[in-house]
Design a protein around this ligand. Sequence first.
Ligand SMILES: [Zn+2]
Length: 78
Amino acid sequence: MESLICVVCGRSFHQGQGVTMELSGKSLEFHSKDCAYKFLRELMQQVDSDCVSGPVKRLLDNYEERRQEAAKQKQKKI
Ligand SMILES: [Zn+2]
């Protein structure tokens, strides 16, 4: 099994464990959600807020839609 190295803390872990994601053509590997969260939070702090305001709004709208959809599904069951 392939062994991966966490980009945040350097711990090695096996493929299938931890969190992996592709970002701008790079493969990022994190041994835990905590390390992934730490990395993404720092990334967000360094990104120009004007650049992410569009995607952030889209995501928020998306999640709101999903929440409303879930709420509707719940009501149907009752
Ligand atoms: Zn780590």
